[in-house]
Design a protein around this ligand. Structure first.
Ligand code: ADP
Ligand code: TRP
Length: 323
């Protein structure tokens, strides 16, 4: 069974990315032959700053490796080190109906927000299909927001196979265990574009300041509170054990709880969850050659699979040996 997923290097990774994607990628790494990559071609649809793109890509590599991605187990690479992906994307483009892309929520949402769409943004799902199909992935663990893109991938692969004969492996539509929406410090969905995120590797005073700025109401301390509408509880619940979680719920419901206590516990829980990863990250940062080697090796390995798939596709469409 082949597992594949990607993450865009479009900014610092936050707790929403961790709970909604990275944690599960890492848990799945040894459940099959896994491929994880840094989607830098995709990031170009929103990021046009070459230094930021290079730095973010390196940061994502450090983040994954320090959070537990084991390069001996998973194949980890930069998307742009596999040029086969862009070639496959062209073949797929020629069988992708415009209507299929016009229906994509993520594209429509961006247009609705006033972003002037370019071809890259429109064709984003085709490039994503190429990422998936180039390694014959069976399973693509993604968050809810990417589910439609995996469905588009299935449609494109089926259409290609219908036209040119069985060539591409149609991936299974597997949605990751739903972490739910992780709220940011203002209670909206945590997102780097809302400026409300808590970055995974924040620590010390910066982390404290960020957590202390989580928005809470000004109801009197003794008043009973609904934990489910509280921004601190809605983050804390992800990072404490179930029995402790239940205790916090009771404390909210009973009243008499000062929000600052829950905030302090959240800081400690984040320190416990990410303490070891922070140390590992510092260590890896001082060995950039190691990180570059991991990605180079990963690209070599993924590239071998990609070349085989691409040959099959070239053959299928009539770009094989001339008569
Ligand atoms: P952002 O909204 O910060 O730009 P991305 O869209 O790059 O984040 O997110 C990458 C993945 O991380 C998503 O596919 C989703 O699975 C997960 N993710 C991001 N934000 C959240 C969140 N607030 N709650 C749960 N999962 C999230
Ligand atoms: N679009 C995905 C995201 O923003 C990242 C991604 C690119 C991806 N290519 C992929 C995820 C292929 C899974 C499979 O989260």
């Amino acid at each position: 069974m082949r597992i594949l997923s990607g993450i865009q290097p479009s900014g610092k990774l936050h707790l929403g990315n961790y709970l909604g994607a990275i944690k599960q990628h890492i848990e799945l790494q040894d459940k099959g032959e896994s491929f994880y990559f840094i989607a830098d071609y995709h990031a170009l649809t929103s990021l046009r700053d070459k230094d930021a793109l290079r730095e973010n890509s390196f940061d994502v590599a450090l983040d994954y490796l320090s959070l537990g991605l084991d390069p001996k187990v998973a194949t980890f690479y930069r998307q742009s080190d596999l040029p086969q992906v862009t070639e496959l994307a062209w073949f797929l483009s020629t069988v992708t109906p415009m209507g299929l892309l016009e229906r994509c929520h993520s594209y429509k949402d961006k247009v609705a927000k006033g972003i002037a769409p370019d071809h890259g943004l429109f064709a984003y799902p085709v490039l994503m299909a190429a990422d998936i199909l180039i390694v014959d992935a069976d399973i693509v663990p993604v968050g809810k927001d990417q589910k439609q893109h995996v469905e588009v991938t299935r449609d494109i692969a089926q259409r290609f196979n219908f036209i040119f004969g069985e060539t591409l492996k149609v991936p299974e539509d597997r949605i990751m265990e739903d972490a739910g929406v992780v709220p940011g410090i203002d209670g909206q969905k945590m997102s780097k574009s809302y400026g409300n995120s808590i970055d995974i590797f924040l620590e010390g005073k910066e982390l404290k300041d960020r957590v202390m700025s989580i928005v809470t109401d000004s109801a009197p301390v003794e008043e009973p509170k609904d934990p489910d509408t509280n921004n601190v509880y809605n983050l804390l619940k992800f990072f404490v054990p179930p029995d402790e979680n239940e205790e916090w719920r009771q404390r909210f419901v009973k009243g008499g709880l000062k929000y600052v206590e829950a905030k302090k516990r959240l800081i400690a829980a984040l320190d416990e969850t990410f303490g070891a990863a922070r140390e590992k990250r510092k260590e890896l940062k001082s060995r950039p050659d190691f990180v570059r080697d991991v990605l180079r090796e990963g690209a070599k390995k993924a590239g071998e699979t990609a070349t085989i798939t691409l040959e099959r596709v070239r053959e299928a469409v009539g770009l094989g040996k001339l008569p």
